[in-house]
Design a binder for this molecule. Structure first.
Ligand code: ZN
Length: 566
């Protein structure tokens, strides 16, 4: 269609999507009645695009940036290659500033920004608890500690698509699996039938729930693999150009091939093998929970974590990430083949919770000379000392400020008077704004006055990006945004690179939709991860009131069929 018409469609899409679904209805209701659907079930080989898919499959690749997708997409032959024949949006946006795992996963199936999910960072300082609280923790449980949090969905303030599907029809199943608890929790939400994540030696679930036969079987298989060990992974020919050692302090990255030492559970989840185990676990859950088998559409969320662990340990531009993506391509291929084998008509989306950037030591070698590690003067400990000196204000706990991690939130210690708080915030803002590595610093008060941004995410100002992941209940009293290419953290052999910034290398992620028989296309115009929930909801005729989502329905069929008008 013409660019002008396209722009018109983009502008009208949220309204059209809502109207088509009868979204003005005050309560949640199924859209088109069953009688409006084709009466005979389509053959598995060519499902009618008018029929609802039997299974919605949402895949998150932790830390899979749009940059990595662009770099390696031509080489994929497995699951990624299948997705490349669908609707390809190479520029999806996790539009907000706090590009961490928990906020990012919270946007994927709620369809709202972290300012509405309440998941503003992976952890936040809670003065009432007297420590940093984890995003998927129930700190009200006396057994919950910072080191061993009791995993919970209670911080998530918005319903997920799975929650809404079950509200509309309790026969719908809502299932999630990941190596990370926060990924599985944020994608499944409040009303999930099965939620699994990896903990130390195997897949586990919420306290009070039993580990199912499927999980036990998968854990037995994984135990066997870890106990036996495995040889180094092969280096595809297309990985040879990045196979080069780069020194970081007293160790190197760039050439590791993931040999699996027998009995080594500790590093297992920093290898592509944890993704393979997650994919196998997903298939076992499909069987155990009978997903995609009846006329009520089910929801399966799978978040593959190894790309993130590999990115943190070895950076994004060495042979490690190249091997990881080659292996993941195969793992995805097996997952799709298993669903095909079972004759399940599914619609899939693949995206990421955030992007990432390489280790600054290699960035400097690779044409990005201004990349650098963060100045230790910007840690909360150093800032506490400096601001105490500036203001004369001290905290009873000894430390005046907390946080200062990759989300940029800085929290004040409890017990300060309103006057002291004002003085500390002002002094901190002055100090931060003078620092050469700081791009911007905002007070919570300033952020609360800004409307949550809408529209094209690539044009948002820094302030708007920060606003989209700001929630006055948990965000810091000050938010610090470092300059492009400033990488937080002191490197260790398991942590050399990270993400969390408001810059596009951390915000941009691919969004790939696929369903058998659909007319694929490539659309480089930016979209948002909050568009996924309304897009999937439309596929299954799930009507929700206007304002349910921050995103809009995307027509994922390139033919005349419009998946937003059902
Ligand atoms: Zn992540």
């Amino acid at each position: 269609m013409s660019p002008a018409l396209h722009a018109f469609r983009v502008a009208l899409a949220p309204l059209a999507c809502a109207l088509a679904l009868g979204a003005s209805a005050p309560s949640i209701a199924q859209g088109p009645p069953a009688a409006a659907m084709p009466t005979s079930a389509p053959a598995a080989s060519e499902p009618s695009q008018a029929a609802k898919p039997k299974l919605l499959l949402a895949i998150s690749i932790d830390q899979f940036s749009a940059d990595l997708f662009a770099q390696y997409r031509e080489h994929f032959t497995g699951g990624f290659a299948r997705l490349l024949t669908g609707a390809v949006f190479p520029q999806g946006f996790q539009s907000h500033a706090a590009t961490e795992t928990c906020p990012g996963h919270s946007t994927l199936l709620t369809g709202v920004h972290p300012s509405r999910t309440g998941i503003i960072a992976n952890t936040w300082y809670d003065a009432k608890v007297g420590r940093e609280v984890y995003c998927s923790e129930d700190e009200r449980d006396p057994k919950s500690t910072a080191k061993e949090p009791v995993v919970s969905n209670w911080h998530l303030k918005a319903p997920t698509l799975g929650d809404l599907m079950k509200r509309a029809n309790p026969a719908a199943r809502n299932v999630a699996v990941s190596a990370k608890d926060r990924a599985a929790v944020m994608m499944s939400g409040h009303d999930a039938d099965a939620v699994y994540w990896w903990l130390g030696k195997g897949f586990t679930t919420y306290q009070g729930r039993s580990v199912s036969a499927a999980a036990q079987a998968q854990n037995a298989v994984t135990d066997k693999l870890i106990d036996a060990g495995a040889p180094a992974l092969p280096v595809p020919q297309w990985c040879e150009t990045v196979d080069r050692a780069v020194p970081i302090k007293d160790f190197t990255i760039g050439t590791y091939r993931f040999p699996q030492k027998a009995g080594d559970y500790k590093t297992f989840n920093r290898t592509p093998r944890i993704d393979a185990a997650t994919g196998e676990m997903a298939v076992r859950l499909v069987d155990e929970m009978a997903l995609g088998k009846d006329d009520v559409t089910d929801m399966l969320s799978v978040s593959f974590s190894a790309t993130d662990y590999v990115g943190h340990a070895y950076g994004t531009e060495g042979v490690e990430m190249c091997i990881q993506l080659a292996q993941l391509d195969a793992t995805l291929g097996k997952l799709f083949a298993a669903l095909d084998q079972r004759g399940i008509d599914y619609a899939a989306v693949l995206t990421a919770d955030h992007g990432g950037i390489d280790a600054p030591e290699r960035l400097q070698l690779n044409g990005f000379p201004s990349a650098q590690r963060i100045d230790p003067a910007l840690t909360s400990e150093a800032l506490s000392r400096a601001v105490s000196q500036d203001t004369g204000v001290t905290a009873k706990s000894g430390q005046l400020l907390y946080g200062g991690g990759s989300s940029g939130d800085i929290w004040l210690a409890s017990g300060l008077t309103a006057k002291q708080q004002k003085k500390v915030v002002e002094a901190l803002l002055i100090r931060l704004k003078k620092h050469p590595q700081v791009a911007a610093a905002y007070s919570a008060q300033d952020l609360a006055k800004v409307p949550v941004p809408r529209g094209e995410p690539q044009d948002w100002t820094m302030l708007q990006r920060v606003r989209a992941s700001f929630d006055p209940e948990h965000s810091g009293q000050v938010l610090m945004m470092t300059k492009r290419g400033v990488v937080p953290g002191d490197p260790t052999p398991s942590y050399t690179a990270t993400h969390g910034s408001p810059w596009d290398y951390d915000r941009r992620v691919p969004m790939l939709f696929w369903r058998k028989g659909m007319a694929g296309f490539e659309q480089p115009n930016p979209v948002e991860t909050v568009d996924i929930a309304p897009t999937f909801a439309s596929l299954i005729g799930l009507a929700e009131p206007l304002g349910t989502w921050d995103g809009r329905c995307l027509d994922i069929d390139g033919s005349r069929a419009d998946t937003c008008r059902r």
